[in-house]
Design a protein around this ligand. Structure first.
Ligand SMILES: Nc1ncnc2c1ncn2[C@@H]1O[C@H](COP(=O)(O)OP(=O)(O)OP(=O)(O)O)[C@@H](O)[C@H]1O
Length: 607
């Protein structure tokens, strides 16, 4: 159980009201000028030897340790086996087995025995929210991977080597949609398995066909000389675009597991990677290319290095972020520029946990009219496995509040989000000087430093990570039990959408977690109403200081669910063909979750 985070403030968690102040003066922790940065840094430093020793003892007494001893930072659960549906589709594999690679016991160990991977928690059923489906044909969902008509080797990898028991709601619908060969845009809660939802059907379709569909590999053997004399141009079959280098690496690792024995070669690249390394990787052949948008555009501009002419699947992960105005030039190039394969067999897919209405409109411009639109629960909702808490903290007291929260709360793997890079640095220094095991990550830090921090956090060696929101989109680290929003994202920088992604780093794939947000009444008013709606939706407690933002009838209000009327022409082709009963998934699941009970049941045709 989590501790009472309100204990250091007044009864309603008001840190501003506490008399126990270490530091005087108001500090704009998010201000951008040098004076503010200096102030924040001063707050983090200037400690006497005695104070330093006192903090060391305090951290130790509270149970924080940089080296995992008897503390279990990495929480896992026994696999929970869900009861399966009586009425779901069963598809059979009816394609050729094809030519596959040999078994490789050493590689198997490396791919499937990772002690740090996220394991399914006991509350996976809570992600079984109703799924709204719009598309050209009625879509029958699959409750097990065995029923999905996957290539036998992919099925063997999932069920016997990785050991997954069942599909999540988004996988249950996305797998048949992708196998049908249509474009797909899908949204479901954070940590609900969207990566596998697109990787599994795509790799299943390519399994056994590597030699038929992929570009030739370099003809290099140990006796034929230097590899540099045998370079090829990379001609990927699958291109996956993600916003950050951490996510590119993460998707790459997930991809490698599903590709086992496929003879497909996944490669990842990102802006932080040395171009020489990227070119070397590509020159060895790249069948599945995972990249950040800027780097991908650089490569598209070098036709001697990369050709997009063979691409059969273009997948945009975190699609709402990618289709955001900031990336417009890159995305229009990636989604149709260069020598892109413009044949009808080129499938486009987009995934995210949030999809604001205006971005959904942009997304449709890139998809064929007969695409599937899948939405599990309300697009942009959180889920009930995350307990959310908001504490009222004046800006100048946030560092102390954060330290107190960490000291008095449970000693679990904790991810702290700040809005600005300099705040990340200052908070990192402040907590480090108080002997808490902390590290930090943001885009101004070098690739090696970012990799080190993330690895140390992932392995539980350093259980507290401070980050900017951008660095952590999509991040899947096992056992994050607590997310702290040190700053709430202002509406100009993603607002509630950004908040949902941050909170979603905990409570993944059926595990439970806690999110605590610091609310500064002077600067967070713009997000207050949206925050209250999210809390109401998940039946979380509304603190007194947010009571004025609760709608009159006490019910959450969202105006983002349906598309504008003037959009109707655009989507008519898809809409008229088929719109499902949104309650299908949970009703069939036999798990006790019904559309009525589900907190964020999406109406049919929710978007
Ligand atoms: N059917 C499944 N059973 C058990 N674990 C699964 C299943 N599908 C995916 N996972 C695991 O669940 C974790 C979360 O998946 P993933 O990162 O794809 O979530 P996501 O929906 O993309 O989240 P986000 O929106 O935050 O990016 C991963 O570690 C993944 O390996």
């Amino acid at each position: 159980m989590m501790a009472d985070y309100h204990q250091n403030g007044s009864a309603n968690g008001d840190f501003a009201a506490t008399n126990d102040l270490d530091h005087a003066g108001h500090i704009e922790t998010d201000a951008n000028d040098d004076a503010a940065i200096e102030q924040v840094t001063a707050l983090a430093g200037n400690m006497t030897v005695e104070e330093d020793e006192a903090f060391r003892e305090k951290a130790k007494a509270a149970g924080w340790s940089a080296v995992p001893s008897n503390m279990n930072y990495h929480q896992t659960h026994d696999d929970a086996f869900a009861e399966h549906a009586k009425h779901h589709a069963v598809y059979e594999w009816d394609d050729e087995y094809g030519e596959v690679g040999p078994e490789q016991p050493e590689l198997e160990k490396q791919l499937f025995n990772d002690p740090f991977r996220t394991r399914e928690g006991e509350k996976l059923d809570n992600l079984d929210l109703p799924c709204s489906v719009e598309g050209p044909l009625k879509l029958f969902h699959v409750r097990t991977f065995a029923a999905a008509g996957l290539h036998p080797l992919v099925l063997d990898t999932i069920t016997n080597k990785i050991g997954w028991n069942r599909t999540t709601a988004i996988q249950a619908y996305t797998i048949p949609a992708v196998l049908s060969g249509n474009d797909v845009v899908a949204v479901s809660q954070t940590g609900s398995g969207k990566t596998a939802a697109y990787l599994v059907p795509v790799i299943s379709r390519l399994m056994g066909k590597a030699k038929q569909v992929c570009a030739p590999r370099p003809k290099f053997s140990s006796t034929s000389g230097d590899v540099r004399n045998h370079r090829v141009k990379a001609e990927p079959i699958v291109v996956i675009v993600v916003p950050t280098q951490e996510l590119a690496a993460q998707v790459f690792h997930e991809c490698r597991r599903f590709c086992y024995r496929s003879m497909l070669r996944p490669v990842f690249t990102c802006g932080g990677q040395h171009m020489g390394v990227t070119l070397d990787q590509l020159s060895r052949g790249a069948d599945i290319l995972i990249s950040t948008p800027g780097r991908l555009c650089d490569l598209i501009n070098r036709p001697e290095v990369l050709s997009m002419s063979r691409v059969l699947y273009t997948i945009i992960d975190e699609a709402d972020e990618m289709l955001h105005g900031d990336w417009e030039t890159e995305m229009s190039k990636i989604l149709g520029g260069g020598d892109a394969n413009e044949d009808a067999d080129h499938v486009y897919m987009m995934f995210s946990a949030t999809f604001p209405k205006e971005i959904r409109k942009v997304a449709r411009e890139y998809l064929t009219s007969d695409h599937y639109r899948l939405a599990v629960g309300r697009p942009g909702s959180t889920h009930m496995n995350i307990t959310q808490d908001v504490i009222n903290v004046a800006g100048y007291l946030k560092m102390k509040a954060c330290f107190d929260l960490l000291l008095d709360g449970p000693k679990v793997r904790t991810l702290i989000f700040c809005n600005a890079k300099h705040t990340v640095d200052a908070l990192d220094a402040y907590l480090y000087q108080r002997h808490l095991p902390v590290t930090a990550i943001h885009s101004n830090r070098g690739q090696r430093e970012r990799e080190f921090s993330l690895r140390a956090f992932r392995h539980g060696e350093i259980p507290i990570l401070v980050a900017t929101g951008v660095s952590a989109r999509g991040l899947d680290v096992a056992g994050i039990m607590h997310v702290i929003n040190f700053d709430l994202p202002s509406t100009a920088y993603g607002g509630i959408t950004e908040c949902v992604h941050r909170i979603g780093r905990t409570g993944r794939i059926g595990n439970e977690g806690r999110a605590t947000s610091f609310y500064d009444a002077e600067r967070d008013q713009d997000i207050a109403s949206a925050l209250v709606n999210i809390l109401l939706e998940q039946k979380c407690e509304i603190p007194d200081f947010l009571a004025e933002f609760v709608p009159a009838d006490g019910q959450a209000v969202f105006d983002d669910e349906s598309d504008d009327e003037d959009d109707e022409d655009d989507v008519a082709a898809a809409d008229t063909a088929f719109t499902s009963d949104a309650a299908d998934f949970s009703a069939d699941a036999g798990t006790g979750s019904t559309a009525d009970e589900a907190p964020s049941a999406a109406a049919p045709g929710a978007w």
